[in-house]
Ligand binder design. Structure first.
Ligand code: ZN
Length: 170
């Protein structure tokens, strides 16, 4: 069983594996993939998960193992009944999961995860973004929050543009 991976060029997730081989002295499997949408080729690596699991440092200083389900719960709450497709949310979670593991070795402050989610959500749905940001972004003052709203209002309106989020990777 093999899962489709989001194409780094066009953001679709319809690819086929054209080549699989051992890599890094057998510690990884390298798969060459071709996107069924734009025909670009890209490579994925499959490795054994590191035993030292990534820990999240919460605001109160406590540590819990990183679990993308927790991120999803916060995201679902922010989106509520907004018209954000379930698939888009799941893709966002995958993106966060990958980014957090790529950029942090052992521990990641929960505020950093919140920032990642907020920055992606902002491109998807502004209302959900504001809800999420007001819950997790820790705006210090009402002015900060008002500034953020002003910035949002000043942005060029090109939504919905959900594909861009996933195409922009790498
Ligand atoms: Zn593609």
């Amino acid at each position: 069983m093999d899962f489709d991976v989001i194409c780094p060029y066009c953001g679709r997730d319809k690819d086929r594996v054209i080549d699989s081989r051992a890599s890094e002295n057998g510690e990884a499997v390298r798969r060459r993939r071709e996107c069924g949408g734009c025909r670009q080729r890209f490579t994925t690596y499959e490795r054994v998960e590191k035993t030292s699991r990534l820990m999240v440092i919460k605001k109160d200083g406590s540590r819990v193992p990183f679990d993308s389900n927790n991120v999803l719960v916060g995201l679902q709450a922010a989106c509520g009944k907004r018209p954000v497709p379930e698939q888009v949310k799941l893709k966002l979670i995958r993106e966060i999961d990958e980014r957090v593991h790529r950029e942090f070795e052992r521990e990641v402050p929960s505020a950093e995860i919140g920032k990642f989610v907020a920055s992606l959500l902002r491109e998807i749905d502004e209302i959900s973004y504001i809800r999420y940001a007001s819950e997790y972004h820790d705006f210090r003052t009402l002015d900060e929050f008002a500034d953020e709203l002003d910035q949002l209002k000043a942005r060029p309106k090109n939504l919905p543009n959900q594909q861009r989020l996933f195409a922009a990777e790498e």
